[in-house]
Design a protein around this ligand. Structure first.
Ligand code: GLP
Length: 242
């Protein structure tokens, strides 16, 4: 696992955006695995800028997203489909039909099979972008004392994750308690993985990932230690705190 320490979160985001621009310059039909949450937003802003300035062409790029809240319509402003459209897809020259975000409605089993098919269709993602939860979860593969789940599945979110997500919702009762998530197998299938993290709430999780040798279900991100091409990008403030 590579660890990149940058001078600032902005520099981290710029570094990740540059990696993505270089990838799609070399492979115009590259497949990107994308993430939601606050952390990747500056990466998406940098990609929008690069596209506007003609430094990135998304016309043949394909994407698949990690997860989607269960029970939200795609046009709900808290859904991850809405997040991706408004934070990235609506502002770059990507074809909407080349973007995949799992459905959070209908038959969960069918939606999970469809997500796993989308991960592998035409080849696994060339680059999977990840954030990390305070408890080490990646996508919505929750921290767990005894097991992680390989295929995509409907996950019961932990109270701490529901609490962390509640900052985006007007009323606590609106915060979803379940989500469809890519499983650990889908994430590990990516040809490269880039995990971006910043902030004091991520210190424990990043310590387990970069300072300790254990691979443990209680910090799902530690599975990335087994990936042949995983990079963790953190800023100096976070690195100093771990
Ligand atoms: C959610 C998402 C994760 C994300 C995490 C952290 O749980 N499913 O993909 O990494 O939030 O979010 P943030 O970047 O806002 O801290």
């Amino acid at each position: 696992m590579n660890v990149i320490v940058t001078e600032s979160y902005e520099a981290s985001a710029a570094w990740v955006a540059d990696q993505i621009c270089a990838l799609i310059a070399a492979k115009p039909d590259a497949k990107l695995g994308l993430a939601t949450g606050g952390t990747p937003v500056p990466v998406y802003r940098a990609l929008i800028e690069a596209c506007k300035e003609g430094r990135a062409d998304f016309s043949a790029v394909r994407t698949v997203n990690l997860d989607e809240y269960w029970g939200l319509q795609p046009d709900n402003d808290q859904s991850y489909r809405y997040f991706m459209d408004t934070n990235l897809f609506d502002h770059i020259n990507i074809k909407k039909e080349n973007t995949y975000v799992a459905s959070g409605l209908g038959d969960p089993q069918a939606n999970c099979r469809a997500l796993d098919a989308a991960v592998l269709e035409g080849g696994a993602p060339d680059l999977q972008l990840l954030g990390i939860g305070a408890n080490g979860h990646i996508a919505f593969n929750e921290a767990n004392p005894d097991r992680l789940i390989a295929p995509s599945h409907l996950e019961d979110l932990t109270p701490s994750t529901i609490q962390a997500n509640s900052r985006f919702f007007d009323r606590p009762e609106d915060v979803p308690t379940k989500a469809i998530t890519m499983g650990m197998a889908g994430i590990m299938a990516a040809k490269s993985v880039v995990l971006l993290a910043t902030g004091a709430s991520k210190v424990e999780a990043i310590r387990g990932l970069v300072m300790e040798d254990a691979v443990t279900t209680s910090n799902p991100s530690t599975l990335l230690k087994l990936h042949p091409n995983a990079t963790v990008v953190i800023d100096r403030a976070l690195a100093d705190a771990v």
